[in-house]
Design a protein around this ligand. Structure first.
Ligand code: SF4
Length: 739
């Protein structure tokens, strides 16, 4: 059908934090999207990666949930229902039919000879445990059971997991429901697994968890450090900005245990050993200070804690750091000189920094790196944690975190709480709630969480040590899952609500740059599936809250009233390209690119440096588990794969789970490319293919966590960072052996 006969709908990509602007061209006669095209916007400049361009057909999957489901009385106790994820505990290792031995099952052919969709919940196995229900019946049951648990066990027995896939308005309503409706701050989302440690360090250091400049500002930098991040895979369009800047002369210092296409474009690749970032950056700062390349004027005027930092980094001369990090001392000296001499530099970082038990310390070092060299508050300078999901910034801004109301206003601040109590017309809990990682642990305690409402999260695949998650989910008294597919977590649910994909509703999303954009409705939800904000409102009304929102834009207006950072924004003035916040005049301005030009957001306006000592990871390799596991994402897939593995193009390009190994590690074990192996940790085992990869360090392996049939989080450790409470997804000890 020619383009002019198609209906064009401007929206936003639903995947990564870059939030590319795009247009869907819809064939209304067929009721289907024909194609997607990038749209001009300052942060994406009409570019799209493979996910944005092709990854939308999942919404039309025949596997969409279209009717509310209630677990049958006969289907208790709960447990994982599909065979491939049933019972993979450490003790099951090697037992025929259990755990890893079942894990390859879904990649085999179905009875009809066609390849079964790889790694999806087997609907035929799971659906018989549920019966169809009306919306009235399902919502009444949810309200009744959650109210009963609340009355019997108290507010702390209820918890909610929202999602960074939610729009700002959905995230705001969800946290308001849990706080105002159930009197608890036990509400969190997947930022806990992503950048919670970065946010903890940024709040402490500069008084704001958001980025201080955009990725487009790389164009104004002489030097950038890209660290703990593989932007080509995880933020592909942002990566194109980095590569363009490199072409124009910006130097790239890449600090990462793995090589990548970014390291191939970089001027320097410091291939640190995993978990040694603090030792590396302390040595760089040691050298910057020794060479006199600090900005003393900036430090005197705008920084506190410098003397203490000097005392700490003095203990990290490059030679000592070289022994810890494996990076040559001369390279550390060279990088320090280049960073120290730069007139303008930005640090961009990813989850290789944040997903450690030292994640907050790692980010503290990056804040200090910028602060002592005056690299904050001017064009081409600053701090930028590259956000993972398309709305992880917005969902956090909207208060989907247990310690903050919207806009990071502390729940334990009396004046703040009174303001929210007045706005919401109810008494609120003065105590910080539990985080995602703490809620899972709490369910396993006798006086812990008993009832949960899960909106778009899939912790059974996304959380660390999922055998522990399995135990927790199966012990809940009541679990509601609201999602678009029958996810692994939905297998544990008492009630499953059919939700809408982002294509089927309107809402705003905030990207990694602080750009608030409108996602617009492209099509209707299938069957009886409903838009999420209406479902949340229906539950709120049933538990006695006096809500009567008529649209997402009305919700957004209420948010803006309570969120100083979003002041002046309205759906109507976001336009086609969105607006950065803060924004004095959205009618005429795109918003503020560079923050902290005069003062930081801390109470005294200063950057607070917090020195960090290097600490090793919690589980080091040993004779039984001699390799280090690093987990992460692939370009073609997204998180637990519920969307991308149902996208024909994406799953075709990347259909199978693999463990990436250094050639020598593979050769030492007699393994060849493509061979099936078992990977074991102290917590479980999985089976998958070997990929011989020159990008891995000797002794290190990489496994993406998208693949349920070889779920990487069966292996990971649930140790957490003490400040950000983020798990150590980037380091645990494993063994790989031939099957
Ligand atoms: Fe979507 Fe991110 Fe790719 Fe842009 S870079 S198209 S936001 S996945």
């Amino acid at each position: 059908r020619p383009r002019e006969e198609l209906d064009a709908v401007d929206s936003v990509c639903p995947y990564c934090g870059v939030g590319c602007a795009l247009t869907y061209y819809v064939d209304r006669e067929r009721g289907a999207i024909a194609f997607a095209e990038g749209r001009d916007q300052p942060g994406s400049k009409s570019r799209l990666c493979v996910k944005g361009r092709y990854g939308w057909d999942y919404a039309a999957s025949p596997q969409r949930l279209t009717v509310p489901l209630i677990r049958k009385e006969s289907s208790y106790p709960k447990g994982p229902l599909s065979a491939d994820v049933r019972g993979d505990s450490h003790n099951d290792r090697g037992r025929a039919g259990a755990g890893g031995n079942r894990s390859a099952k879904l990649s085999k052919n179905g009875k009809d000879g066609r390849r079964k969709p790889g790694g999806l919940v087997d609907y035929d196995e799971v659906l018989p445990h549920f019966r169809e229900a009306t919306w009235e019946e399902a919502l009444d049951l949810i309200a009744r059971r959650l109210k009963e648990i609340h009355a019997e066990r108290g507010p702390g027995a209820i918890a909610g997991f929202g999602s960074a896939k939610c729009s700002n308005e959905e995230a705001y309503l969800f946290q308001k429901l849990i706080r105002a409706g159930f009197g608890t701050n036990n509400v969190d989302h997947c930022t806990r697994l992503c950048h919670a440690s970065s946010v903890a360090a940024l709040f402490e250091g500069v008084g704001s968890g958001a980025v201080s400049t955009t990725y487009g500002d790389v164009a104004n930098a002489d030097v950038v450090i890209i660290t703990g991040s593989n932007p080509t895979a995880n933020h592909p369009v942002a990566s194109s900005f980095f590569k363009q800047a490199r072409r124009r002369g910006t130097k790239i210092i890449y600090v990462d245990p793995r090589a990548s296409t970014v390291s191939e474009h970089a001027d320097y690749h410091c291939q640190v050993k995993p978990g040694t970032d603090v030792a590396f950056y302390n040595a760089v700062m040691h050298e910057v200070i020794r060479l006199g390349l600090i900005d003393m004027e900036f430090i005197k005027a705008r920084v506190s804690g410098f003397e203490e930092l000097v005392r700490t980094v003095n203990e990290y001369p490059p030679e000592r750091s070289a022994q810890i990090t494996g990076v040559d001392a001369d390279l550390i000296r060279e990088v320090a000189r280049v960073w120290g001499e730069a007139k303008a530099g930005v640090i961009y970082w990813g989850m290789g920094i944040s997903q450690h038990t030292t994640g907050t310390d790692n980010a503290r070092c990056l804040i200090a790196m910028c602060s002592i060299t005056g690299n904050v508050g001017r064009p081409g300078t600053g701090l930028h944690p590259l956000r993972g999901q398309n709305n992880v910034q917005g969902a956090s801004d909207a208060g989907l975190i247990p310690m903050f109301y919207p806009d990071y206003q502390g729940v334990d601040q009396d004046a703040t709480r009174r303001r929210f109590e007045e706005a919401w017309g109810t008494q609120l809990d003065p105590n910080r709630g539990l985080t995602v990682t703490e809620i899972i642990g709490s369910v396993l305690k006798p006086d812990g969480v008993r009832g949960m409402y899960m909106l778009g999260e899939n912790p059974f695949l996304s959380d660390p040590n999922i055998n522990k998650v399995r135990k927790a989910l199966s012990q809940l008294d009541f679990l509601v899952v609201q999602d678009i597919f029958l996810t692994e977590t939905a297998e544990f649910a008492d009630v499953i609500l059919p939700a809408s994909s982002y294509l089927e509703k309107e809402g705003s999303y905030t990207n990694t740059d602080r750009r608030v954009q409108l996602g617009r409705k492209v099509m209707d939800p299938p069957g009886q599936a409903r838009v999420d904000w209406e479902i949340i409102q229906d539950i709120a009304q049933r538990i006695g809250l006096d809500w009567s929102y008529s649209s997402p834009s009305e919700v957004f207006d209420e948010m803006v009233e309570l969120m100083p950072s979003y002041a002046n924004l309205r759906h109507e003035n976001l336009g086609l390209t969105g607006k950065l916040y803060p924004n004095e005049d959205p009618e005429h301005s795109d918003g503020t690119v560079v923050l902290f030009d005069e003062r930081f957001n801390t109470d005294d306006g200063l950057a607070h440096l917090v020195p960090a000592e290097w600490l090793p990871a919690k589980e080091l390799p040993d004779a039984e588990y001699p390799l280090v596991l690093n987990t992460g994402r692939l370009l073609e897939h997204w998180h637990t794969g519920s969307m991308t593995r149902r996208s024909f193009a994406l799953d075709t390009i990347s259909p199978v789970p693999e463990v990436y190994m250094h050639p020598k590690d593979a050769a030492d074990r007699g393994l060849s490319h493509g061979q099936m192996v078992r990977v074991r940790s102290r917590r479980g085992s999985i089976e998958l293919q070997v990929r011989i990869s020159h990008r891995e360090q000797l002794g290190n392996c990489f496994i993406p966590f998208h693949f349920r049939e070889a779920a990487a989080n069966l292996l990971t450790i649930d140790e957490i960072d003490p400040y950000g409470k983020i798990p150590e997804f980037k380091f645990c000890a494993i063994q790989v052996e031939a099957l």
